[in-house]
Design a protein around this ligand. Structure first.
Ligand SMILES: NC(=O)c1ccc[n+]([C@@H]2O[C@H](COP(=O)([O-])OP(=O)(O)OC[C@H]3O[C@@H](n4cnc5c(N)ncnc54)[C@H](O)[C@@H]3O)[C@@H](O)[C@H]2O)c1
Length: 281
């Protein structure tokens, strides 16, 4: 049965069909074609079913963010479905889910690849959103390293001394460096490739948001997270729906003057760190 006979639907491409990505998609997905992309086929089918049962028009594509050709095919598939007005990237692994090398490859380099590939298919007036993390604020890096992370051509990122050495020292540093790099790559893309395409792109840096990924973190490092929650002004975790509300705004035309920026949504964890109320072990 055809539920939506409107042929002028724009396309939302979601790379990483996880909890936050699907929550954002639900907020903005009415009367659009949603293309879900994920490496995990079972997850892809479950998420697609849930959205279809909610009345959304959904296509799926198995895509491995670690493989540039696969991401390129995903972007082409999106463009084949209609004008790609929205791109959301939430494909990531957290510190307790993967090795430092995997985190750097997925959260840092693959995100940079996806930003590049989608700059080629996003339409004028379109918008992108990359989910980074509060951890991107937890360390400061020298100015020359930040410049390298922002501006090095994507195919040369893995050759940077910083990426090969310091960034892979341990999972925590890999995650912090990758999420800081997300802010910098998005800022650079907003000013160059995405800006030239007439499109906007921003990041959101969530704090602790309860999703299966967060549960893996709690199981491995629950005590540290408990202290973080206690020291934060909000004194609680966040939900995917709270990220979705802000994501929907940043992707909407109401935010048409906002590009190249990061929105930190962390219940005040970073404020607590900056004022010495909480520090990382
Ligand atoms: N949950 C939190 O507390 C939290 C906080 C800050 C930042 N983040 C970041 O938010 C993003 C989304 O996290 P989430 O909590 O919604 O997690 P999630 O696990 O629900 O979603 C992540 C999705 O990425 C997919 N994925 C993993 N590797 C992939 C690959 N190679 N190719 C394609 N897809 C791949 C997974 O299958 C999963 O569906 C991640 O980048 C994460 O680092 C999460």
């Amino acid at each position: 049965m055809e539920f939506n006979l409107n042929q002028n639907r724009s396309v939302i491409a979601l790379l990483g069909a996880g909890s936050m990505g699907c929550a954002i998609t639900k907020r903005i997905g009415a009367n659009k074609t949603i293309l879900l992309g994920d490496v995990n086929e079972k997850n892809l089918e479950e998420r697609a079913k849930e959205l279809r049962y909610g009345g959304y028009i959904v296509e799926t594509c198995q895509v491995d963010a670690l493989d540039q050709q696969s991401v390129r095919n995903f972007a082409q598939k999106a463009a084949g479905l209609g004008p790609v007005k929205y791109f959301i990237d939430t494909a990531g692994a957290s510190p307790n889910q993967a090795t430092p090398e995997h985190i750097v490859k997925l959260d840092l380099i693959a995100t940079a690849v996806a930003i590049d590939e989608f700059s080629k298919v996003i339409v004028r007036g379109g918008a992108g959103l990359v989910i980074s993390s509060q951890t991107g604020y937890m360390m400061s890096f020298p100015e020359d390293i930040e410049k390298q992370l922002a501006l090095t051509p994507t195919d040369k990122l893995s050759e940077l001394d910083f990426v090969k050495n310091e960034a892979t020292a341990n999972q925590g540093i890999a995650y912090i460096a990758a999420k800081r790099a997300n802010h910098l790559r998005v800022q650079a893309a907003a000013a160059t490739t995405w800006g030239a395409a007439g499109a906007r792109i921003n990041t959101i840096s969530p704090g602790i948001i309860v999703t299966p990924l967060a549960y893996d973190e709690f199981e491995a490092a629950g005590e540290g997270y408990q202290k973080m929650i206690e020291a934060s002004p909000a004194r609680r975790v966040g939900t995917s729906e709270e990220i979705a509300a802000a994501g929907a705004f940043l992707l909407s035309d109401e935010a048409s003057f906002i590009t190249g920026t990061d929105l930190l949504i962390d219940g005040g964890v970073i404020a607590s760190m900056k004022t010495g109320k909480f520090s990382l072990q």
